[in-house]
Design a protein around this ligand. Structure first.
Ligand SMILES: Cc1ncc(COP(=O)(O)O)c(C=O)c1O
Length: 394
């Protein structure tokens, strides 16, 4: 007998965590606003102490709303289970805390999201963890950095400012052989475009604030674990550090999740069209987008990813900061803001780029663009007008 064909990403996004029979037929789970859960007997109050997360015991340990969202994300990730957090950064930091202890050696990408970098250098290092940054392009060369006490490798691919693609399977194969846990920040690709568990990763972390919630109206994190052992470590870490997410934000996360594949297809198409247009402009030195055939990460991206999202970079030829400021401040549709993944297009000039210790920055002013859901022609016209301001101030 042949195994049934697994559902596609859009089908999973529409149906995973869907359970009308438990909620009087409603297609979405109700938003459970609660701290207290009332029990009728002393026995029920104490419940199954060996299984503190089973059923509903207290608001922080999970409600049917959070469980529906966690189950949906886990299904799309192909994971054993997932756990919500109050923000993407909360998810990153809690996962690291759940695994690491004093004396452990952590290898973390030099191109990691800057606040995660600050957390490991300013909190974990003070707790006795040895933190070492690695070149995101290191691939199998990471083996030279392993020490007997290496406990964890933390990846982010692509990185959210410089867009390097890592050789995830090469790194995870080496880590598995040495029982080193691997974690990845998968916020850019989401489980629609990259499946960390199929590439050997143990823990996949999302700023659900971005594409999963997708409407720039919630702060949310979610982390998926490959198997029961990793899930138990993760869930215990979240519980002991007091992680919980607000009921409404979890609901927004699940609502956004239902349309994630279709929104991503639009972000992808618009970003690719913009990247093509920008690559042909005289003002541009290089477009940083792994789905472009000339990009240094393209071969790995093509091998491992099934699509690309809306966030990418543009390295300008030398222009003054004044000219770049005139360009970005005058944009009509590309607004300036520290996020991405929502319906709106964004632009950020890289005047203050995150710290790097191993792989430096290419010279030039980097613009980070997020392609929102607007019409491509309008976004293109906005950029053309921006380039005119750039030239006028040059
Ligand atoms: C790659 C990446 N990871 C994690 C985060 C943190 O997410 P949040 O803002 O929800 O804390 C961000 C936020 O910008 C991000 O870009």
């Amino acid at each position: 007998m042949t195994a049934p064909k697994p559902p596609g990403a859009a089908t999973l996004a529409a149906h995973a965590g869907y359970d009308p029979a438990s909620h009087q037929g409603t297609v979405n789970p109700p938003v459970y606003h609660t701290s207290t859960v009332i029990f009728p007997t002393v026995e029920a109050l104490h419940g199954d102490d060996a299984n503190p997360f089973g059923g509903m015991r207290y608001g922080r340990t999970g409600t049917p709303t959070t469980k529906a969202f966690e189950g949906a994300v886990a299904a799309l990730e192909g994971a054993y289970g997932a756990v919500v957090a109050s923000s993407g950064l909360g998810a990153c930091c809690t996962a690291l805390l759940a695994w690491l202890k004093a004396g452990d050696h952590l290898l973390i990408s030099d191109a990691v999201y800057a606040p995660t970098r600050n957390f490991v250098t300013r909190i974990l290092a003070n707790l006795g963890v040895t933190v070492e940054f690695y070149d995101p392009l290191i691939g199998a060369g990471i083996r030279t950095l392993f020490r007997p006490e290496t406990k964890l490798v933390y990846l982010e691919s692509p990185s959210s400012w410089s867009f390097e693609i890592q050789d995830v399977p090469a790194i995870t194969a080496l880590c598995r052989a040495r029982k080193i846990t691997t974690m990845i920040d998968n916020s850019w690709a989401t489980p629609v475009f990259f499946k960390p568990m199929s590439h050997g990763v143990d823990v996949s972390i999302h700023a659900a604030t971005k594409y999963i919630a997708g409407h720039s109206d919630a702060m949310l994190g979610v982390t998926a674990a490959s198997d029961k052992t990793n899930y138990d470590t993760l869930k215990t870490g979240h519980y002991l550090t007091g992680q919980a997410a607000g009921a409404d934000d979890v609901f927004y996360g699940l609502r956004g999740f239902r349309t994630l594949p279709i929104r991503l297809a639009r972000h992808e198409a618009t970003a690719l069209a913009l990247a093509d247009f920008l690559a042909g402009r005289d003002e541009v030195q290089r477009v940083l987008h792994p789905a472009l055939p000339g990009d240094p990460g393209h071969v790995l991206w093509k091998r491992d990813f099934t699509g690309s999202s809306g966030l990418f970079g543009v390295l300008l030829k030398p222009y003054s900061a004044r000219a770049v400021t005139a360009m970005v401040e005058g944009m009509a549709l590309f607004k300036m803001g520290w996020s991405w993944g929502g319906f709106e297009s964004l632009i950020v000039p890289g005047f203050h780029l995150p710290a790097r210790g191993v792989r430096g920055w290419e010279p030039g002013i980097l613009l980070r663009l997020h392609a929102g859901l607007e019409d491509f022609d309008d976004l293109k016209d906005d950029l053309i007008a921006g380039f005119a301001r750039l030239a006028a101030e040059a």
